[in-house]
Design a protein around this ligand. Structure first.
Ligand SMILES: [Zn+2]
Length: 315
């Protein structure tokens, strides 16, 4: 599933070709991709030039300028700038001039000069939102700080960990605490920090918190440097695969020898998510999560249930 490094890779690729192009039309082939209708999306996107590409956590943000020929916008929805947000979720791919596929893309932006940006998404969990830029703050209100932003300091991390009984693995996946981390980079981060995934977040000491902070930034940066992990379906907008999967330490390496100590990499379930770790490099220490015994048996449903539509989900 695309996490921060994969979405950042997509953003960087799009940055070389998307800004300056004008959205001529929007075609929605799968209405479940957005809570907004094709007509609404067309009114909010068409006639607008791409002026920026940003990322927030695992979300890609495409900034569109105001309609350049306002008489074309007779929709009553206005002709001002639009913020669009795309979440790739499990299998979403944004592709320029896509090749033949089993299914039509879930949506297509027809761009001027003549090109298409198509959203292919086999599992169909990806989402598209479009709104007035003034609504952005509220849209991301529940999301934690960006790992590479100033707000994500060691001091912030220590405060966020404090008093929490949740296992570290679940803590890292919680988008309200830190934006952008998913299963792959959580497992790799904990390995690099030499912390057991079931350690209670609140039991992490000052030195360990510092190690965790550094490990998270190093792991995410390595993911970006390798243009993401192509474990399942991730490709960038030109259809290129990333290479981070070639240097994974523990993720999906169950039964294989640890690259550091040669102990056998193990797998357990934490909060219903497959979790990979080295029992020797990441030993059990005091302060294991109380949830560990329960969680190790059968998968449990994710906490908190389904987020309301329009607000970023946890993933
Ligand atoms: Zn090891």
């Amino acid at each position: 599933m695309p996490e921060l490094p994969e979405v950042e890779t997509v953003r960087r690729r799009l940055l070389t070709c998307l800004p300056g192009l004008v959205v001529r039309d929007v075609v929605v082939n799968d209405a479940t991709v957005s809570a907004q209708s094709e007509t609404e999306l067309r009114a909010l996107l068409a006639g607008r030039r791409v002026v920026g590409l940003r990322r927030r956590g695992k979300y890609l943000i495409v900034d569109l300028g105001a309609v350049e020929r306002p008489r074309a916008a007779a929709s009553g929805l206005g002709a001002g700038p639009t913020t669009t947000v795309i979440h790739l979720r499990m299998t979403g791919q944004l592709l320029f001039r896509p090749g033949p596929a089993d299914r039509p893309p879930r949506f297509v932006w027809r761009l001027d000069p003549q090109t298409d940006l198509a959203f292919q998404d086999v599992r169909r969990f990806g989402r598209l939102w479009a709104f007035d830029p003034a609504a952005e703050e509220e849209f991301f209100a529940r999301m934690g700080p960006e790992p590479f932003g100033d707000a994500f300091s060691v001091a912030y991390l220590r405060r966020a960990l404090e008093g929490r009984s949740a296992p570290l693995k679940s803590f890292l996946l919680d988008q309200r605490r830190i934006a952008g981390v998913g299963n792959i980079y959580a497992d790799e981060t904990l390995f690099r920090a030499r912390l057991h995934p079931l350690r209670a977040a609140g039991s992490v000491g000052p030195r360990e918190a510092q190690r965790l902070h550094a490990a998270l930034l190093e792991t995410l940066q390595a993911g970006i440097d390798h243009e993401g992990s192509s474990i399942e379906s991730f490709v960038d907008p030109a259809g290129q695969r990333g290479s981070f999967q070639e240097i994974l330490s523990v993720y999906q390496r169950t039964g294989e020898p640890c690259r550091i100590c040669a102990a056998t990499v193990r797998r357990l379930e934490v909060g219903g998510r497959g979790t990979h770790y080295c029992p020797s490099c990441q030993p059990r220490r005091g302060g294991m999560s109380r949830g560990s015994r329960r969680l190790r048996g059968s998968p449990v449903p994710p906490r908190g249930g389904k987020p309301p539509d329009g607000a970023p989900p946890r993933g």
